[in-house]
Design a protein around this ligand. Structure first.
Ligand code: HEC
Length: 193
């Protein structure tokens, strides 16, 4: 009995020391997930409403305005960098940096290996120009509504709007189940973190 307790304590100690993230890291992960959930829910709501009211071509202007607005508001509220990125971007301002590109490629490899795209996420503490930061990315799967504007067979009215606003658009040809891109957060760490 007593030996059992000792074994459990030693086991827990070992796990905390090696595998389980610290409380602070776990809190940060939960907070990151929450920000992404808010971003996704708000944007999806706006997008679906706009598509049903104005059709996909009319909804492009909404996406163009709302996505950066929501990202900027969440950045302001949290003090973090909050954005979306992709290996094939529509808005050149969403181009991934080297670290994001690697993570996006690892998401593709994990999807090919059979993981569900809606569960793919990655966190890492990295050194950037301004100091140490916590980075979080979560993959964004392509759903049925997304292919209206990101699919391979776009309505000519959608094509015309995309050509007008995004002449360098590379974000087409996606099918449901593909990874469309990812949410990406950068959270500055204070020296003690
Ligand atoms: C009505 C057209 C439309 C629909 C439907 C649509 N998008 Fe987009 N998407 C856009 C536009 C326009 C942009 C560029 C926004 C900007 O300028 O920041 C964009 C950008 C993105 C980006 C940012 C990376 C990039 O390519 O610049 C991601 C990620 C994305 N969309 C995912 C999705 C997903 C996932 C869905 C389905 C849930 C979806 N989109 C549905 C029009 C659409």
């Amino acid at each position: 009995m007593f030996r059992g307790i000792v074994a459990v304590v030693v086991f827990i100690g070992g796990v905390i020391g090696s595998v389980v993230p610290s409380q602070a890291q776990d809190d940060r992960l939960q907070a990151s997930r929450q920000v992404v959930r808010t971003f996704m829910t708000e944007l999806k709501g706006k997008l679906e409403e706009a598509v049903s009211q104005k059709g996909p071509a009319g909804a492009i202007a909404v996406c163009r305005r709302e996505a950066p607005d929501i990202a900027a508001r969440l950045s302001g509220e949290t003090g973090w960098w909050v954005a979306r990125t992709s290996l094939k971007v529509r808005n050149p301002g969403n181009e991934p940096d080297a670290w994001e590109r690697q993570v996006l490629e690892s998401f593709e490899a994990r999807r090919r290996a059979g993981e569900d795209p809606s569960t793919l996420e990655h966190t890492e503490v990295v050194e950037m120009a301004g100091g140490r930061v916590y980075r979080y990315m979560k993959a964004i799967p392509t759903g049925p509504v997304c292919v209206l504007c990101h699919g391979g067979d776009l309505d000519p009215s959608v094509q015309a709007q995309l050509q007008r606003y995004y002449p360098q658009d590379r974000a087409t040809g996606f099918a449901p189940g593909d990874i469309r891109g990812a949410f990406t957060l950068i959270e500055p760490l204070s020296p003690g973190d």
